[in-house]
Design a protein around this ligand. Structure first.
Ligand code: XMP
Length: 509
C-alpha cells in the first residue's frame, strides 16, 4: 500500500493534512515528528509531509527538529508552514521572526513552472498563519512563491524533490490547495489514486483471521457506530467465533436495543448476548443525585456485567474495540496540545487478559461511517449522533427513576423525530432532551399543573471539544414544544438551551 507520512509537529491542521491526502485516495499516516528515521524508512513512504507547529524555529530552544538524514532518503518532502521553515533551517538557510506576520487570506504570486504549482494561475489566494519566515534560501533552493509582504513564500529543490510552502494548502480557504497536494502526490511522489476506505476491509479481515487463528473473540457492543462497524468487520473474519455482548443499562434512547438486536442477530446472524439490566442499574442508582457518582456506578456495573458474561464464553482470548485513528493519534503523539481523555466502551478493565483487536485504528470517524454503509449496516446506526456511555442518566438531573426515565425517553424521541423531519439530524452534532430536577406551575385545560420542564439542546461541533448551540428554526422549536407538552405526561414547559461550549458543556452532567 502506497503511503504518505505526515510528520506531526503539533500544528492545528496536522490531522487535516492526512485526511486530505486520503481524500485524494492515497493512504496517509500521521506520526510524531520524532519517529526514528529507521522506522520511517521501514514504512517505505512515497512522500513525507512536514506539518505546521505551535513551536518556533527562532525560539531559543527549538524542540521540534528532525534527523537531517530525512532529506537524503531520496523520498520527496513537502514542508508546510513550520515544515518549510524547518527545511530552510536544517539545510542551512535562515529563518527570522522580524519579518511580517501574516494571518488569513492572502494573495500570492506563484511560479507555475514549478511542478508543485503545475496548472495553477500565476496569482492565487492562500491561507497564511505565521510569525516566522524564511529570509535566506538554503543552497540549491529557489523561490517559487511570494506575497507583497513575504519575498519567500514557497521554495523548491527539484532535484532532491524537496518543497516548502509557507501557507496551508489543506484548509478550504486555499482554493487551489487540493491541486497543490495533487501535484505533490501524483506528479512529484508518483503515487496512484487507488486507496479507498473500502480497500481496508480485505486487509483487516485477513489480518484478524491470522491474528486470532482459531481463538474466540468477544466484543462489547454499544449500539454506536464504532463498535458496530468493528463487530461487523471482525465477524467477516472469524464468523461464529465472535460473540457480541450488549449490556442494556436501560438508559438508552428509545428503540435502540431493538435495533441492535434486529441488526446483529437477525440480519447479520452474529452471536449476540443481550443483557437487559435496567432493574439492576436503577437499584444501584436509587437515591443518587451526584453526577460523578452516577457515572461511576454505571461504569462499574457495566464492567461487572460484561465480565460476568465474558466469563461464560469459554476460552475467549480476544477483545474487539472500536478504537479510532483519532484516539490513536491523541494518545500516541505527545506534541498535540489538546489531548482529551477518551473512553472506550464502558471503560473496560485493562486486566482482562484478553488480547485486543482494533480493526478501525487506522480510520477517521467519517471513514468508519463509509465503511459501515459499505458493510451493510443500516443508516440509523451508521449516521447516529454520538451518545454518552452513561446514557440518559446524565441527562436526568437528580435521581434517576423509572418514571423520570420514561419521561425523558419520550421527550427525547420527539426531539429526534422532529429534527429528522426538518432534515437537520445529519447536519447537527447532537440534539437531545434533558430533564432537570425542578418543577414549575402551568395550566392545562382549567387545571393547575406543577410539572417538570424539558430542556431541548442542539449543538453543532467538529469534535465535541467546542460546540455552539444551533439556531433551530422557530417552526421546529414550536413543534417540539407543543408535541412534548401535549404528548409527554408530567411535562408542562419546554425551554431551549442557548449556551455554547465553553463555558458550558454539551451534556448537562
Ligand atoms: P461534554 O458534555 O463534555 O461532552 O461537552 C462531550 C462529548 O462527549 C460525550 N460524552 C460522553 N461519551 N462517555 C462517553 O462515551 C461519557 O461518559 C461521556 N460524557 C460525555 C457527549 O455526549 C459529547 O458528545
Amino acid at each position: 500500500m502506497e503511503n504518505i507520512i505526515v510528520l506531526d509537529f503539533g500544528g492545528q491542521y496536522s490531522q487535516l493534512i492526512a485526511r486530505r491526502v486520503r481524500e485524494l485516495r492515497v493512504f496517509s499516516e500521521l506520526v510524531s515528528y520524532d519517529m526514528p528515521i529507521e522506522k520511517i524508512k521501514a514504512k517505505n513512504p512515497k512522500g513525507i509531509i512536514l506539518s505546521g507547529s505551535p513551536s518556533s524555529i527562532t525560539a531559543k530552544d527549538i524542540g521540534y527538529i528532525v534527523d537531517k538524514e530525512l532529506f537524503n532518503l531520496d523520498i520527496p518532502v513537502l514542508g508546510i508552514c513550520y515544515g518549510m521553515q524547518l527545511i530552510a533551517y536544517m539545510l542551512n538557510g535562515e529563518v527570522t521572526n522580524s519579518g511580517t506576520n501574516e494571518y488569513g487570506k492572502t494573495r500570492i504570486n506563484i511560479d507555475t513552472s514549478s511542478l508543485l504549482f503545475d496548472g495553477l494561475q500565476s496569482v492565487e489566494t492562500c491561507w497564511m498563519s505565521h510569525k516566522d519566515s524564511v529570509y535566506l534560501l538554503p543552497p540549491f533552493f529557489r523561490t517559487i512563491a511570494s506575497t507583497p509582504n513575504l519575498p519567500i513564500a514557497g521554495i523548491e529543490e527539484p532535484f532532491k524533490k524537496i518543497y516548502g510552502i509557507q501557507f496551508h494548502p489543506e484548509v478550504i480557504h486555499t482554493p487551489s490547495g487540493m491541486d497543490i497536494l495533487k501535484n505533490f502526490l501524483f506528479k512529484i511522489c508518483k503515487c496512484s489514486p487507488i486507496w479507498t476506505t473500502v480497500s481496508i476491509i480485505e486487509k483487516e479481515v485477513n489480518e484478524i483471521k491470522e491474528k486470532s487463528a482459531g481463538g474466540k473473540v468477544i466484543c462489547a457492543l454499544s449500539g454506536g457506530v464504532d463498535s458496530s462497524v468493528a463487530a461487523i468487520l471482525v465477524n467477516k473474519a472469524v464468523g461464529e467465533r465472535l460473540t457480541c455482548i450488549f449490556v442494556d443499562h436501560g438508559m438508552l434512547r428509545s428503540g435502540e436495543t431493538e435495533q441492535v438486536e434486529k441488526t446483529f442477530k437477525d440480519n447479520f446472524k452474529i452471536n449476540l448476548v443481550l443483557v437487559k439490566a435496567q432493574d439492576r442499574f436503577l437499584s444501584k442508582l436509587k437515591g443518587v443525585t451526584e453526577p460523578e457518582q452516577k457515572r461511576k456506578i454505571i461504569g462499574t456495573e457495566f464492567i461487572r456485567i460484561f465480565e460476568e458474561e465474558a466469563k461464560k464464553i469459554k476460552d475467549a482470548n480476544y477483545l474487539v474495540q472500536g478504537t479510532l485513528y483519532s484516539d490513536v493519534i491523541e494518545s500516541g503523539t505527545k506534541n498535540a496540545a489538546k489531548i482529551k481523555s477518551h473512553h472506550n466502551v464502558g471503560g473496560l478493565p485493562e486486566d482482562m487478559q484478553l488480547k485486543l483487536i482494533e480493526p478501525l485504528r487506522m480510520l477517521f470517524k467519517d471513514e468508519v461511517r463509509v465503511l459501515g454503509i459499505e458493510l451493510g449496516l443500516p443508516e440509523e446506526i451508521v449516521l447516529r449522533q454520538p451518545f454518552p456511555g452513561p446514557g440518559l442518566a446524565i441527562r436526568i438531573i437528580g435521581e434517576v427513576t423509572g418514571k423520570r426515565l420514561e419521561i425523558l425517553q419520550k421527550a427525547d424521541s420527539i426531539v429526534i423525530e422532529e429534527i429528522k423531519r426538518a432534515g437537520l439530524y445529519n447536519k447537527i452534532w447532537q440534539s437531545f432532551a434533558v430533564l432537570p430536577a425542578i418543577k414549575s406551575v402551568g395550566v392545562m385545560g382549567d387545571e393547575r399543573t406543577y410539572d417538570y420542564p424539558i430542556v431541548v439542546r442542539a449543538v453543532s461541533s467538529e469534535d465535541a471539544m467546542t460546540a455552539d448551540w444551533v439556531r433551530l428554526p422557530y417552526k421546529v422549536l414550536e413543534k417540539l414544544s407543543s408535541r412534548i407538552i401535549n404528548e409527554v405526561e408530567g411535562v408542562n414547559r419546554v425551554v431551549y438551551d442557548i449556551s455554547s461550549k465553553p463555558p458550558s458543556t454539551i451534556e448537562w452532567e
